[in-house]
Design a binder for this molecule. Structure first.
Ligand code: IMP
Length: 422
């Protein structure tokens, strides 16, 4: 049984918390794309955990966490994350598996990502974690895979073949200092014994596990509108957060995927640059940012905040084939007199009901809003749908209608107990 959890907005939908909740009913939690650009926050018993590469399922004792071939692995970041999470008392021994054919993020990827984005006429606002640069090398067929890294000779050979071109770019075009092969080798050689025991044929492991009746939860990072093909290109990440990414990112046959669960925040946020039709400014935006603690888990950047965009979430539900939708952070909307939801867009006096794939058009649309009454009550102690005030229930019911997908879970706070079935 394979269930996929996918973000239906621009990432930061609260997937980490939902994974932690659903992981209770899974045996294996698997990441299929992205890298250390992700930031999944989970609060358990007042303790805050932030994950970048490790699936948040690691907080459920005994569950196995997998990083598939679609993920780009920064071993320095992974080692640091494991050190931190172990310090917080989590036993990870034997519980993390990494695909042999996943690509490695190396120091030149991180540096190139940062200098390239600075040099762009219109910056993308990347996380600077080397994600795009690693995927570029993967598709240029000059990447270094985990399996290559495990063999010291192959690693050296590949590194020394690739590095001169990277250094040429860094020095000549970007005016940076070159990266020395010896330094990279010295730092990365130390990480080999740490990585080695975790490396396996993930596709085979997952298929065997499925055949043994194990339940797999595939955890997407980022969100649908950061997908390199379906997102707001070029303001996207370099991988496939959409549900389709599961098959290529974990090595699973399509017919093995049974269920797709979308996650949407009760409003919208975005970090980094790019169009965002329902973005708010001023007091309203600041209110959502402060109440919702909308600051990036990876970079600490303030997130841009706006109203719920039903056009986007409806498109995401259709594209990913969501069987159900989880709504997070409903509590953040408490205290607002009125709440708006975008139901369509207007572009040059034409009404658009669907998400336009042209970034030119999308960056110029005006949202058409439907206004709904807000509610005053604090929702943080709600544990059932009927505990919610009438206006909050009506808000969810209207969203369900607009995005044509059933809401199955509602989250009303960051801690583990603050989530309940619809
Ligand atoms: P990159 O993934 O670092 O290349 O960044 C590309 C875009 O995706 C930027 O706008 C980032 O802010 C955004 N992004 C990457 N990872 C996340 C995430 O986990 N949550 C939200 N936005 C993200």
């Amino acid at each position: 049984m394979v269930t996929v959890l996918v973000g239906t907005q621009w990432g930061d939908e609260g997937k980490g918390k939902v994974v932690d909740h659903l992981a209770a009913q899974a045996d294996i939690i698997a990441r299929y794309q992205g890298g250390a650009n992700a930031g999944h926050t989970v609060v358990v018993n007042g303790q805050r955990y932030v994950f970048h590469l490790i699936p948040s399922g690691i907080l459920r004792p005994g569950k196995v966490c997998v990083l598939g071939n679609g993920v780009v692995i920064d071993p320095v970041s992974l080692a640091e994350e494991i050190r931190l999470v172990e310090k917080q008392g989590v036993n990870i021994r034997g519980r993390i598996l990494i695909a042999e054919n996943a690509h490695l993020t190396l120091p030149y990827h991180k540096l190139l990502d940062q200098v390239e984005d600075k040099r762009r006429e219109k910056a993308i606002g990347t996380t600077g974690r080397g994600i795009g640069a690693t995927y570029v090398d993967k598709y240029s067929r000059v990447g270094i895979r985990v399996v290559d890294f495990l063999d010291e000779t192959i690693f050296r050979e590949k590194l020394r073949t690739t590095l001169p071109l990277k250094n040429y770019l860094l020095e000549t075009y970007y005016g940076e200092k070159p990266i020395q092969a010896e330094k990279v080798e010295e730092e990365y050689d130390k990480l080999r014994p740490f990585l080695q025991p975790m490396v396996t044929d993930v596709s085979l492991y997952l298929l065997e596990s499925i055949n043994q009746g194990k339940r797999i939860l595939a955890e997407g990072a980022q969100g649908t509108f950061l997908d390199v093909d379906f997102g707001t290109y070029p303001y996207v990440t370099a991988s496939h957060p959409v549900a389709g990414g599961v098959c290529t990112g974990l090595g699973l046959p399509p017919y093995k995927v049974n269920r797709v669960i979308g996650v949407a925040k009760a409003y919208t946020t975005r970090v980094g640059e790019g169009p965002f039709p329902t973005e708010l400014q001023g007091e309203l935006a600041e209110g959502l940012r402060q109440t919702g603690n909308e600051f990036g888990s990876t970079t600490g950047r303030p997130r841009r905040c706006g109203w719920f965009d039903a056009v986007l979430v409806k498109y995401a539900c259709r594209l990913n084939g969501c069987h159900e939708l989880v709504i997070t952070k409903l509590d953040v909307l408490s205290g607002l007199e009125k709440i708006s939801v975008a139901v369509a867009y207007r572009h040059e006096n034409v009404l658009i009901k669907d998400y336009p794939l042209s970034s030119y058009v999308f960056s110029r649309v005006q949202p058409v809003y439907e206004e709904m009454p807000g509610w005053k009550e604090d929702l943080s102690s709600a544990r059932r749908f009927n505990d919610l005030p009438l206006a909050a229930r009506q808000y969810l019911e209207r969203i369900e209608q607009m995005v044509e997908t059933r809401i199955s879970l509602v989250s009303v706070g960051s801690s583990r107990e603050q989530i309940f079935q619809r």
